[in-house]
Design a protein. Sequence first.
Length: 277
Amino acid sequence: MRPWSAPSRPWTHAGAELPNILSHLSDGGVLTLTIDREEKRNALDRATLHELEACLCDGGADERVKVIVLRGAGEQAFSAGADLAELLAHETIEAYRQHFDLVARVILAMHRARPPVVARVQGFALAGGCGLAVAADFTIAAESAVFGLPEIGIGLLPMVVSAPIYRATGSRKVVLDLMLTGRRVAAREALALGLATRVVPDPALDAEIDSLVRTLCGYSPTALRLGKEAVHTMCEMEYATALRYLREMIVLTSLTDDAKEGLRAFFEKRPPAWKGR
């Protein structure tokens, strides 16, 4: 029985069901968010992006939630990116701005969520879908998964999602290669480039997610939250400034109740009882 999928119960944003995002909270505290537009390869229209942002913000602040798993419905696509029919229908600069602002807001919501966010990637992760997959704290991909930024083929560019791509790879050349050639990248190459955390055979994907989720749920929620915050903040700092910031973060971590409990449990040779503070 996978703790990230069952037993579970529907989890709703502000008490309301959302038509494009399926959400379930397991008894173990794992919130699974499924982009539920399988017939459109889980394309990201504005309504879906709004719902996803809401779920990430609310779920990311919910103290019951220990891990967030983000996936696409079906097996063909994590997400193939923007809903092109909707994009074509935009008639004003403001409409385009609102659309792409939502992409940026979803990425920021993933970074700001208290618990780790795990992307389960099977099938296509293209354009904005590639950006969301890579922006997750952990990107676990099936061997058959395909990553890419194909927007240039239709005269567009993946401007917003190039930011998490660059942060993940640390390479201007990788971003330019993906952005300006539009080529698709197999999962193993995506791993080598830094776009994925791990790649596993397709039949082992759920077992790998299960193992990762169990590991994360077994650790101090406070340590996970502070560690995630520290890494995202450190990545934007100059080296010497980062060292000073990280010194203060380890001092803060050392003073938490969970750190003290972890040390006591170590010496008493027992499992720690995490309090999340």
